[in-house]
Design a binder for this molecule. Structure first.
Ligand code: ZN
Length: 420
């Protein structure tokens, strides 16, 4: 299979910049990694959901990224990701983006026609049997029976990815974009056998994916650390890396293929485990973070007494619109509404109190995870504030940019890609 001219590279990071002002500060974090001899490719991602919520278009993401790249003299590759799109939503992104995350989670469990299931099973059967890899404890057995169950559950979703892929290819030309296929918003995590068969399916349908985003076990809530069994995740991640490596040997898939972790940001407890597996194998990863750059903006505003009232106003407005803001994110936030601080108390907070409740350092004693998650999904409120918010961002520029660079490098890039 043609792997295309665009290549993502071993390490890449999905970064978000909701208001398009932080690209330079983000690139400075990537330059710090470069100084340590580690190349990490930036991918600015903004989902269809996010564009719709704040009324922006993908072209604005492209312009902000290109301007930041120019201003910082970034000469290495960068990409703009149409994050979590499907056949119905892709067109808005085709021109501005060169990275497409084909999200087919909603199609899992829908049945493909019986004859197509039969054909698929027949085509993939030679690849069933016992799989061996140094990273697997023992071996992985994939039976024809498992293949049939998989086909009933996943073939329709794979076909949907295929249609979207062909549509993009027709519009952009083969090799002119990076493809990711995501099933991370599925109901159940995929087992290593399912991931293996999913990769076999991608190859079978001619989808030249460079990254695949499975659903891992545990909870990946927005902006807070992993909720789940870290040792179990580490085992699962290792098995998935093994499966990707086996699949690349066996199937016609791009040689750059790697896992993509849709982290929802701040999965600090997982980073050392992922880092050590990648170090051990020489494998790569794409890490999607995204939303915490916006939180660093709010932290920057709160830290300055002149702009602290703006941060408090965002919280007060979000508190009153809890249900509406939570709705689009209901599967990825867990906020105990009754435990949220009242806006009347927050109004009395000092800068230090506000920043302490919001800032997420690993092991922080002052972090309020309910408060942080609500602010995380409060960006439509800031967007509606228009110039009031934007002007505040500009006036607190220096401290915000420092926060953004620090957050991205010290909390994410260093532990995951560089190693502490
Ligand atoms: Zn995702």
């Amino acid at each position: 299979m043609k792997t295309g001219t665009l290549v993502l590279g071993r390490f890449s990071i999905g970064i978000g910049d909701r208001f398009g002002l932080e690209g330079r500060a983000q690139l400075r974090a990537l330059k710090k990694a470069q100084d340590k001899g580690v190349e990490v490719t930036p991918v600015w991602n903004k989902s269809n959901r996010e564009h719709t919520l704040i009324g922006t278009e993908p072209s604005t993401t492209r312009v902000a990224a290109a301007n930041a790249v120019k201003a910082e003299g970034w000469t290495r590759p960068f990409f703009v990701d149409a994050d979590h799109i499907g056949l119905k939503t892709v067109d808005r992104f085709v021109e501005a983006c060169d990275f497409f995350t084909l999200d087919v989670a909603d199609f899992i469990g829908k049945a493909a026609p019986d004859n197509e299931i039969d054909q698929f099973v027949k085509a993939i059967t030679p690849h069933t049997g016992t799989l061996r890899h140094p990273l697997l404890d023992g071996e992985l057995k994939v039976s024809v029976e498992e293949l049939r169950t998989f086909a009933k559950k996943y073939l329709y979703a794979l076909q949907e990815a295929g249609k979207t892929y062909v549509h993009i290819k027709k519009n952009k030309g083969e090799g002119n974009f990076i493809t990711e296929v995501s099933v991370d918003e599925a109901y159940d995590p995929q087992t290593p056998s399912e991931l293996y068969l999913f990769l076999a399916g991608l190859a079978h349908l001619g989808i030249a994916a460079q990254t695949v985003a499975p659903k891992f076990s545990g909870k990946f809530l927005k902006g807070i650390d992993y909720v789940g069994n870290v040792a179990a995740f580490a085992k699962e991640f290792k098995e998935d890396v093994a499966v990707v490596s086996i699949a690349m040997e066996k199937f016609a898939l791009p040689k750059e293929l790697k896992l993509s972790v849709h982290s929802g940001s701040d999965k600090f407890s997982l980073y050392p485990h992922i880092h050590s597996i990648l170090k051990q194998t020489g494998g790569g990863v794409h890490l999607k973070t995204a939303g915490t750059t916006w939180l660093e903006e709010v932290i920057g505003l709160a830290a300055d007494k002149n702009t602290l009232p703006i941060a408090k106003k965002i919280y007060a407005l979000a508190f009153d619109r809890f249900e509406e803001l939570r709705k689009p994110y209901e599967t990825v936030v867990e906020i105990e509404q009754g435990k949220l601080p009242k806006p009347s108390s927050v109004a009395q907070w000092s800068s230090d109190q506000f920043v302490g409740a919001l800032k997420h350092d690993q092991g922080s004693k002052t972090l309020d995870r309910n408060f942080r998650q609500l602010v995380h999904i409060a960006f439509p409120v800031a967007s509606e504030m228009g110039d009031e918010y934007r002007n505040a961002l500009i006036s607190a520029r220096a401290s915000i940019e420092q926060n953004v660079t620090y957050n991205l490098y010290t909390r994410h890039i260093e532990p995951l890609f560089v190693g502490k």
